[in-house]
Design a protein around this ligand. Structure first.
Ligand code: XMP
Length: 512
């Protein structure tokens, strides 16, 4: 039986981050609803339990409480933040209720390293986010670390293997937090560090098969990282029971549709249906110049075309989606999670409900970098796994103003040259995004002996961590020169190339 570290979810938005830190340590973990019976945990082979944080006070009427039998299972327990207060509350300590939250950076002083803080410096920067706090230790416990305003920032009961920390070791702002988690997993629970991406895939495949049975799954494939990895994983699990739909909205990059067809249809042998709706999209976009309006038309038309094509395929019970954890971070993630619902997940316009399809989202507990690892392990090429983001409205927001087939063709050709050079020089992998923008401005040029009067292409090449802010990439001049001269020489209809040197903010990455 696999060794499992159980994370009991008391509603913290950081629960998945704890699970991720456990995976980073190559240990298998599972998130369970907070009230999961101790007997279930025992039956599943749990070798250690982490009590997550949570937004409530242990005294609140609706406070989530665990099955108190978990404290008698004889397995080590680590309480984090609200988790510590639960330990205090259930094991005979005192928790002081406070309406004022302690939030942000603090300093931890370790008095007694024990197993949890073994190998760590005595003073560490930590991240706090709590209201209530422990004011009297439960019997059997000793204080191991203090912070500026808590004498019980770290506590332990070595005999029972119970540990508690008032701050959040799972967040990046806590120095050496990952080491504390590793210490708990390895030194306290004795977990083996042998959990790999392959194991994730094996478990996911088994889960998908169990859930789907003999049913059919439909999945909208965009060609982006998330839907591609979801498709490859579902295909590994259920093969021919998966049908993917790729909508050609006429706003794709050069060769994109052919690439997707070759990779998934021929290489992966996935049942892929390509729906050519380019004429419809272009018809609806005709004469539309306002960016938001363009986006709305593209979004609406997509949902309409997608839904119609799914109906025509018919006979499916599930809709597969490449939802990642950051997409659901603000919505209720699992049954029994009391986290307040901040944002309902953006399913394709309520489509699953309308079509009575159940959702299957095999990546919903993963973060982007983990999804990339899964994609590579499933045999997807680097070009897919590490591809740059591409907006849903596609070239529709990269042709400024009114969209026509001619302008799209020019932009596609210019963009292909840019990508070609970015790939050839390796800069493609170093920047966040690199793309061409079509400017509906004609300027004078000279080509051979002839005067030309043609359009302008702007190059948008940016560096970024998360697209919230971005800076223009300082590419070597010779690379820029080659891109520019190739575009003006090879792309008909372009006489001038300009470089966008705006950062975000105030400019956005996309031009519309
Ligand atoms: P902005 O232009 O807002 O872009 O700085 C930030 C990031 O989001 C991408 N983007 C979109 N992605 N649908 C998408 O799926 C959209 O409508 C959309 N608009 C912008 C953009 O490419 C960049 O990575």
């Amino acid at each position: 039986m696999a060794q499992i570290i159980a994370v009991l979810d008391f509603g913290s938005q950081l629960t998945q981050v704890i699970a991720r830190r456990i995976r980073e340590n190559q240990v298998y973990s599972k998130i369970y609803p907070y009230a999961t019976p101790a007997a279930t945990l025992r039956a599943e082979g749990v070798v250690g339990i982490i009590l997550s944080g949570g937004p409530q006070s242990v005294y609140a009427k609706t406070a989530p409480h665990p099955d108190r039998e978990i404290f008698k299972l004889g397995v080590p327990i680590l309480g984090i933040c609200y988790g510590v207060q639960l330990m205090g509350h259930f094991l005979g300590g005192v928790v002081a209720h406070s309406t004022a939250r302690e939030y942000g950076h603090g300093q931890l002083t370790i008095r007694k390293p024990g197993k949890l803080f073994a190998g760590l410096p005595r003073k560490l920067r930590i991240w706090n986010s709590h209201g209530d706090k422990l004011t009297k230790l439960p019997p059997g416990f000793a204080a191991t670390a203090v912070s500026d305003n808590s004498p019980y920032s770290g506590i332990e009961d070595v005999k029972r293997g119970f540990y508690g920390i008032q701050f959040h070791p799972e967040v990046f702002h806590t120095e050496r937090g990952v080491d504390m988690i590793r210490n708990f997993l390895v030194e306290v629970c004795g977990a083996k560090q042998d959990w790999t991406t392959k194991d994730f895939i094996a478990h996911a495949v088994a889960d998908i098969r169990a859930k789907v049975g003999k049913s059919r799954v439909l999945l909208g494939l965009s060609g982006g990282v998330d839907s591609s990895v979801a498709a490859a994983l579902l295909h590994r699990a259920i093969g021919k029971q998966l049908t993917c739909v790729f909508v050609d909205n006429g706003l794709l990059r050069k060769g994109e549709r052919e690439y997707v067809e070759a990779l998934y249809k021929r290489n992966f042998k996935i049942d892929l249906r390509v729906v050519d709706a380019s004429k419809l999209f272009l018809k609806r976009l005709k004469g539309v110049t306002e960016p938001e309006q363009k986006r709305k038309i593209i979004g609406r038309t997509f949902v309409e075309v997608f839904e119609k094509s799914l109906k025509s395929i018919g006979g499916a019970q599930f809709l597969g989606q490449g939802t990642l954890y950051p997409d659901v971070i603000e919505s209720v993630s699992i049954a029994g999670n009391p986290a307040s619902l901040i944002k309902t997940h953006h399913n394709v316009g309520g489509l699953p409900e309308r079509m009575k399809l159940k959702l299957i989202e095999p990546l919903r507990e993963l973060f982007k970098d983990e999804v990339r690892k899964v994609g590579s392990a499933l045999g997807l090429p680097k070009e897919v796994v590490w591809r740059q983001p591409f907006p849903g409205p596609g070239l529709g927001v990269r042709v400024m103003g009114d969209i026509t087939a001619e302008k799209l063709e020019i932009l596609r050709n210019a963009d292909a040259v840019l990508q070609d050079e970015m790939m050839a020089t390796g800069h493609y992998w170093k920047v966040w995004q690199s793309f061409a923008v079509f400017l509906p401005v004609k300027t004078v040029g000279v080509f051979g002996d002839e005067r030309t009067y043609d359009y302008v292409i702007a190059l948008r090449i940016v560096e970024s961590i998360d697209a919230m802010t971005a800076d223009w990439a300082k590419l070597p001049h010779d690379v820029l020169q080659k891109i520019s001269s190739r575009i003006t020489n090879e792309v008909r209809g372009v006489s001038r190339v300009v470089l966008d040197i705006s950062s975000k903010p105030p400019a956005t990455i996309e031009w519309e």
